[in-house]
Design a protein around this ligand. Structure first.
Ligand SMILES: [Zn+2]
Length: 348
């Protein structure tokens, strides 16, 4: 079997110890077993369910981990640590969740301790976007970069910042919420789902794009998008991409505008963090490097960054697509578990 051009290795070929990465989402748990070099032994997407109850998520995680371990023919003792990546704000220092409902939190045991008790293995926690950034840094498009910012451009913008083998996310783990950096202020700026105005998310969500299409058409612009909207099709990213691919100037204009807003956000990140690279993933990359439109989108982003950033930053900062897609979360969760394991064993 292949995973992102990566051949699965057997337990005999693996370099000890092993790490398990778990990415938790509404669509299910993605679980992977990786060796010490980040090579996969087994992978599975299992057990969809709600994220309403943390104890339930943990029980499903335990079951899923046992299943991929069985597929990998790996004994339980071969795994040094599990990395659990969750949506929302994860206070990795104190091992607490601040967004996902956690009704069973009695304050006596940290989430890490409770996870470890259910999974019967030591557990490290991370936010899913931070984990994805770590995955790209460890075995993905950021392998040769010493520091990177990953922007996951889906319905919700996720962001992870990795310097060396550490994520930079601040005291309360709110420090990398690039979705809510301010691009414009004032009463005219569009409303962000968070209730504030002018945030990056307010320009780069499917809803924002749909609004922008409607605005353009209401202004009297001729576009094949109008007919499609009249037929009841939602102004989704796919529709916009189809328009752009057919040469529709309105679609191309809106995508170029999205690239410019994204570039403003990227320049803010470059000016404050000066990372080696900024990587982009998600639906709003229009297919990434595998489509002409994706490559054009990246080109527009780079051109706007070059116009706005300090010359030296524009010159040395790599801006590119991420490589691991949605598997990055799982790779990174295992990678964060590995980094934790190494820190703990080095201290002994
Ligand atoms: Zn916001």
């Amino acid at each position: 079997m292949m995973l992102h051009d990566q051949q699965f290795i057997s337990f005999a070929e693996a370099t000890a110890p092993l790490f398990v990465g778990v990415g938790v989402a509404e669509t299910g748990l993605t679980v992977g077993v990786l060796d010490d070099r980040g090579l996969p032994l087994s992978w599975g997407v299992v057990l969809p369910g709600t994220l309403d109850c943390l104890e339930d998520v943990l029980r499903r995680t335990h079951k899923a981990v046992a299943e991929v371990m069985r597929q990998a023919d790996a004994p339980a003792g071969a795994v040094a640590r599990v990395g659990l990546a969750l949506p929302g704000t994860v206070d990795s220092f104190f091992g607490k969740l601040t967004d996902v409902a956690d009704p069973s939190d009695d304050g006596k045991k940290s989430l890490c301790e409770r996870s470890a008790a259910v999974c019967k293995l030591p557990v490290s926690l991370a936010n899913d976007a931070v984990a994805a950034a770590f995955g790209e840094s460890w075995v993905g498009a950021g392998r040769s970069l010493s520091s990177l910012v990953l922007l996951m451009l889906d319905a919700r913008i996720g962001c992870g910042v990795i310097f060396g083998d550490a994520s930079i996310d601040g005291l309360g783990s709110h420090g990398v919420d690039a979705a809510h950096m301010i691009i414009q202020y004032g009463p005219q700026a569009p409303l962000c789902p968070c209730g504030q105005r002018g945030h990056l998310q307010a320009y780069l969500s499917p809803d924002a794009v749909a609004d922008r299409v409607r605005q353009s058409l209401a202004g009297g612009r001729a576009s094949p998008l109008a007919g499609r909207l009249d037929q009841g099709q939602a102004a989704t990213l796919d529709l916009l991409a189809q328009g752009a691919n057919a040469g529709d100037p309105v679609s191309l204009e809106i995508i170029a505008e999205m690239a410019r807003y994204l570039a403003v956000g990227i320049v803010n990140l470059m000016n404050t963090l000066d990372p080696d690279g900024v990587l982009l993933s998600g639906a709003m990359t229009f297919g990434g490097s595998s489509t002409p439109l994706g490559r054009q989108f990246l080109q527009w982003v780079k051109e706007e960054v070059a116009r706005r950033a300090f010359a030296t930053l524009a010159e040395h900062t790599v801006i590119d697509f991420a490589a691991l897609g949605s598997d990055a979360v799982c790779y990174g969760a295992a990678g964060i578990a590995r980094a934790d394991h190494r820190r703990r064993t080095a201290r002994r």
